[in-house]
Design a binder for this molecule. Structure first.
Ligand SMILES: [Zn+2]
Length: 311
């Protein structure tokens, strides 16, 4: 009961469960070491008072890695004090709107930055109704057919814009793909396909020296390969848009809380950050947390936009 009260207190007050991982509602600008900043903790419906999915990983006061760019993260990016010129890699988990629509807004913002170096961006290969990452950018930016052809310089580095360098990952691979590496600072980003219904989707693991953070992306949790991929991470960010009593269709797309708890326990993560909430999961938080807590007893944080989490 005491634990449940502390979890609910954390939920209400938007802070970490007492004595566990550090989080504060502030920007991560002044801190040293790697930090997670939640840009968007909400879902695809504009009724939860949150931006859609998006995260920054700060390293020594620089906003170096962006994971997802859902609606609303454009605003949060600025509020966080992040700088486009400090981004070293953008990782897109999949091309649902709530993970990708603010990318082009951020690119336009970047036009006004001092950035001069190319910007690598990774995402899934094409599948079903969804374009691959390179095609996604072309459909936005291509001079002939792009909706935002006026930004087409991002495709080849012309017009004073920096070139976007896309890397597409096959979500059908059971082995992780390295999409970024910086031997100088001992940082790498790995991607792995995760099951999200018919949608090509990726999880990401960012390793910074001896520390790492894993972003589950949207997934139903039925992947043994993901458990191996996330094993031993310091922080595991899992998406919880649906409650336990959700229907069969939603379970093909998203992991219910019991599965999230099982995954957190099996990976042995240092802490679990719950995010990508929807009103339907927020309405059942007490029961959701019970489901997780009966399987996982480590540090747990309920994310809110602009939370800054150390690891
Ligand atoms: Zn999705």
């Amino acid at each position: 009961m005491k634990l449940l009260i502390s979890v609910l207190f954390a939920l209400l007050c938007n802070v970490a469960v007492a004595g566990q991982a550090d989080t504060e509602i502030s920007n991560c600008l002044k801190a040293e070491g790697p930090l997670l900043q939640v840009l968007g903790s909400g879902g695809p419906i504009a009724d939860d008072g949150r931006a859609s999915s998006g995260y920054l990983v700060w390293v020594d006061g620089r906003s170096r890695f962006l994971v997802d760019a859902g609606g609303g993260i454009f605003l949060r990016f600025g509020e966080a004090g992040a700088r486009f010129e400090d981004l070293e890699h953008i990782s897109i988990s999949h091309f649902h709107t709530d993970h990708s629509t603010d990318l082009v807004a951020l690119l336009k913002s970047g036009y006004f930055s001092n950035r001069s170096s190319a910007l690598p961006i990774s995402g899934p290969m094409a599948g079903g109704d969804y374009p691959g990452t390179g095609d996604f950018l072309k459909r936005l930016l291509d001079q002939d057919n792009g909706a935002y052809a006026y930004l087409e310089g991002y495709l080849d580095g012309s017009d004073g814009l920096v070139e976007l360098i896309p890397t597409e990952v096959d979500p059908g691979l059971t082995k992780a793909t390295r999409v970024y590496t910086d031997p100088g600072t001992n940082i790498e980003i790995l991607a792995l396909g995760v099951p999200h219904g018919p949608v090509p989707a990726l999880a990401y693991r960012i390793r910074i020296g001896q520390q790492s953070i894993v972003f589950s992306g949207d997934q139903n949790g039925n992947s043994d390969a993901f458990i191996d991929f996330a094993r031993g991470t310091d922080v595991l960010v899992m998406h919880m848009p649906v409650p336990e009593n959700t229907g069969e269709v939603a379970r093909k797309l998203h992991a219910p809380p019991s599965v999230i708890g099982k995954i957190a326990a099996e990976t042995g993560t240092g802490s679990l950050v719950l995010s990508h909430f929807m009103s339907r999961s927020l309405a059942n938080m007490e029961e959701n947390l019970d489901q997780i807590r009966s399987r996982y007893d480590g540090p747990l944080i309920n994310a809110y936009d602009l939370d800054c989490v150390g690891f």
